[in-house]
Design a protein around this ligand. Structure first.
Ligand code: ZN
Length: 64
């Protein structure tokens, strides 16, 4: 799959996951274009908030 998973195609999916609308794969922050570090604070905050919301719903992975 040569899809770059551009951030503009990536949407929040259930269970704290993110999905690319171009290829329909589940993507992580390592898979996307541009790099997660280059997204800027607002997109990073949204991404992390979406992941964090799913973690809160999963008591087996309690935060330290
Ligand atoms: Zn993709």
């Amino acid at each position: 799959m040569n899809c770059p998973h551009h951030i503009q195609w990536v949407i929040a999916a259930p269970n704290g996951l993110h999905q690319c609308l171009q290829c329909f794969e589940v993507v992580t922050r390592k898979d996307i274009t541009p790099k997660f570090e280059d997204l800027g604070p607002e997109l990073q905050r949204q991404w992390e908030a979406h992941e964090a919301a799913a973690k809160r719903a999963e008591p087996a992975q309690a935060a330290p």
